[in-house]
Design a protein around this ligand. Structure first.
Ligand SMILES: [Zn+2]
Length: 532
């Protein structure tokens, strides 16, 4: 892939000079970003895989830049590092579901007609009397939405169909079908979900006796909304009191015909969550954490958090194919760009004007293999989690989407309006204050985004705790997760401007006398694309 030189030339010279002048005030410059990223994405770091020597070198390098600029350690015992324990867990699951229809009761055990996920969280009993049949359980687009006029908050949601309704793009449907439980719970606020088991399923694969059932960095006593799969026998009983019988609904779903939506009357479902967990494997990795203290005696105990992930996917360990010469995934954009921007922001705050609130900088580990660093931090924070008023996350902010020159001014903010409308307004104002404001494209913030980006990067670990977040990215390109994601393709001028935007947004929040108001209105403001 050739670097897109036209992008740079397309910017008016005056704009470039104005950016440089503004950026210098806070020491966030294309030149310094280039220096840090050139090292972090070099072959020497071997692609920064989690649990690798390359990632260790990156951690030490970041800590060095923090120390030199006077950013304080925010990790364990006065260090810049927070140890992240990645646990392999064997579970003994005795969970059951009891269904009561018109006074008749049946109990189903895990593995006998129903299947729980391996990690069901902490022990508890959850009875739900409000049960909605949501057709296919899909929100495809403006033309097809099973959740239209359907309120499932705090309820149990059930759906059918392995292919979605007639006429939907099979590729899109396939992707969304697998995401139905998380869509219902995370996006729509459901308390639990039941999905029909896929016909061929049922028996679990036999594994080595001490092989972990799952890997986690989370607390095992957290309450997890139940999401189970169930067979025909279960569904027949569940629908036995309804006017519409399961058999008919199932055959409609198989024919991809329209499905009705209705509440199941006189039915209650009790989830009895009961599992024991045994740690059979422990591995260590680390987050890098820095703090710049605030100046206000009262507000300094509260934090604006900034984050990026400094891990990547490592290097090819298998023999190179003929013609292949490179085995190292440099991850310059993913997420060397966010990592480097975060160094710039931390140093700018440490060396420049101070804010009223304190500032927390976390370089997350293990993002590529399951958001380990951010999940761990959210469950084991080094500052009180309820004192974090906002989290700003950056992942891949150094390129143009699909290498298009038309994208040279565009950034994709995600989530800014979902928890706090006020935070969204602060973002807009911060952008307007830049010498050359960026163009915002909110496409990835749409609730129907098939990639469900809002739920898939480190910021979500914070959002799930109710913390207002903004995720910044310049979106994907053809070098994504390839050995060709390298430093010479980074658009450093654009990246410096995005870094400046994140700095400025964070600065404004850090000087507010109150945390951004959490009104939880969902994605309703950040839509479409802003004009310049
Ligand atoms: Zn990434």
């Amino acid at each position: 892939m050739v670097i897109n030189r036209r992008t740079f030339l397309a910017l008016p010279v005056c704009a470039v000079l104005a950016v440089a002048a503004f950026a210098q005030q806070s020491s966030i410059t294309p030149e310094s970003l280039r220096v840090w990223l050139t090292y972090l994405s070099s072959d020497e770091l071997e692609g920064r895989a989690t649990f690798s020597e390359g990632l260790g070198l990156a951690a030490a390098y970041i800590a060095e830049q923090l120390k030199e600029a006077g950013v304080k350690p925010g990790g364990d015992r006065g260090t810049y590092f927070q140890r992240v324990e990645v646990l392999g867990i064997k579970s003994t699951n005795r969970s059951t579901v009891t269904v009561e229809v018109n006074g008749q009761k049946r109990t189903f055990k895990d593995g006998e007609g129903i299947t729980f996920p391996r990690n069901v969280g902490g022990k508890r009993t959850l009875t739900l009397n409000e049960i909605e049949f949501a057709g296919y359980g899909l929100d495809l687009d403006a033309n097809y939405n099973d959740y239209k006029d359907l309120d499932v908050k705090g309820k149990l949601v059930v759906w059918l169909g392995a292919r979605g309704p007639h006429g939907t793009d099979p590729q899109q449907a396939r992707r969304l079908l697998g995401g139905r439980p998380s869509f219902a719970i995370e996006e729509m606020g459901a308390a639990a979900t039941i999905t029909p088991a896929i016909e061929s399923g049922g028996q679990r694969r036999g594994a080595a006796p001490n092989a972990p059932d799952f890997t986690t960095v989370r607390r095992l006593d957290s309450l997890v909304p139940p999401s189970i799969t169930a067979n025909d026998d279960f569904f027949e009983f569940l629908f036995s009191g309804s006017d519409l019988k399961y058999e008919d609904l199932k055959s409609k779903a198989e024919q991809q015909e329209d499905l009705p939506k209705f509440s199941l009357k006189d039915v209650s479902v009790t989830f009895n969550i009961d599992a024991d967990y045994q740690v059979v494997n422990t591995r260590y990795t680390r987050n890098v954490v820095g703090i710049v203290e605030g100046t206000d005696p009262e507000l300094k105990d509260t934090y604006v958090a900034f984050g990026a992930h400094y891990d990547h996917v490592g290097y090819l360990q298998t023999p190179l194919r003929p013609g292949q010469t490179d085995r190292i995934y440099n991850g310059a954009d993913d997420d060397g760009s966010g990592t480097t921007a975060l160094i710039g922001i931390a140093r700018a705050f440490a060396q420049g004007p101070k804010t009223k609130r304190s500032l927390l900088f976390v370089w997350h580990t293990g993002e590529e293999i399951g958001l380990y660093g951010s999940k761990y931090f959210a469950d084991h924070p080094t500052v009180p989690i309820d004192k974090i008023v906002t989290q700003l996350n950056m992942d891949m902010i150094g390129r143009n989407k699909d290498n298009k020159a038309s994208e040279s001014n565009t950034v994709y903010p995600v989530g800014s309006d979902r928890i706090s409308s006020e935070l969204h307004k602060i973002l807009i104002d911060a952008n307007a204050s830049l010498p050359t404001p960026l163009t915002f494209n909110y496409q990835l913030n749409e609730p129907t985004d098939p990639e469900r980006v809002y739920y898939r990067s480190d910021h979500y670990s914070y959002a799930a705790k109710g913390i207002p977040i903004i995720f910044f990215t310049t979106n994907l390109h053809s070098d994504y997760h390839r050995v060709t994601d390298s430093v010479e393709k980074i658009e450093f001028d654009k990246m410096a401007r995005i870094t400046q935007l994140v700095y400025e947004t964070g600065r404004r929040v850090a000087n507010l006398d109150h945390g951004p108001v959490r009104d939880f209105k969902g994605a309703h403001l950040a839509v479409g694309t802003t004009a310049r």
